[in-house]
Design a binder for this molecule. Structure first.
Ligand code: S3P
Length: 168
């Protein structure tokens, strides 16, 4: 099973603050695979950060660009991809991930997410409103869908190394 799992790209899904980028980078390093973050790929391609992208083009265009970007990244080459939190909610993107990759949901409790996103400001969906309220809503909408990933890893207060060890 682990060998088979690694023959395909590995895609990490989950909410903002779950640690997708941090864990993904570490996992790629341990496996000797390239690491790609879809938000960073969109930023590099557009020359805009995610906040600016949302402001200039809106969420619908962001979602289309995100889906296209992920389709391009998942071209069969083995790599580790950290997706933006909304990516797996898009049916076309989700199908592409199911068809061509092994997926990991980094599952996180609300309290952990709240602590982590408080320190960050680069997330347009969290601008100006109660983080607790928004994250609660996203948890109820998204967790049933994230649960369709191949494996679920609980990500809490453990170290990055510990979570990577559990995945491996
Ligand atoms: C989003 C999550 C963000 C980014 C965008 C939308 C979402 O990525 O793609 O702000 O819909 O959950 P992270 O999950 O890496 O923060």
């Amino acid at each position: 099973f682990p060998q088979d799992f690694m023959k395909k790209p590995i895609v990490i899904v989950g909410l903002m603050g779950a640690g997708k980028t941090t864990i993904g980078r570490k996992l790629a390093c341990r496996l000797g695979l390239p690491f790609v973050d879809s938000d960073q790929a969109i930023e590099a391609k557009s020359g805009l950060d995610i906040i600016e992208f949302f402001e200039k083009y809106g969420e619908t265009t962001f979602r289309e660009t995100e889906s296209r970007t992920i389709h391009e990244i998942l071209n069969g080459e083995p790599l580790v991809l950290a997706t933006g939190g909304g990516a797996f909610m898009n049916p076309a993107t989700r199908q592409k991930i199911k068809d061509s990759a092994s997926s990991i949901w980094l599952r996180c409790e609300l309290s952990t997410l709240l602590c982590r996103v408080r320190r960050r400001t680069h997330r347009p969906l969290l601008n100006g409103q109660s983080h607790r309220k928004i994250l609660k809503q996203l948890i109820s909408e998204r967790y049933p869908i994230y649960a369709q990933a191949d494996i679920t890893i609980q990500s809490g207060e453990q170290s990055v190394k510990r979570i990577t060890d559990i995945i491996l």
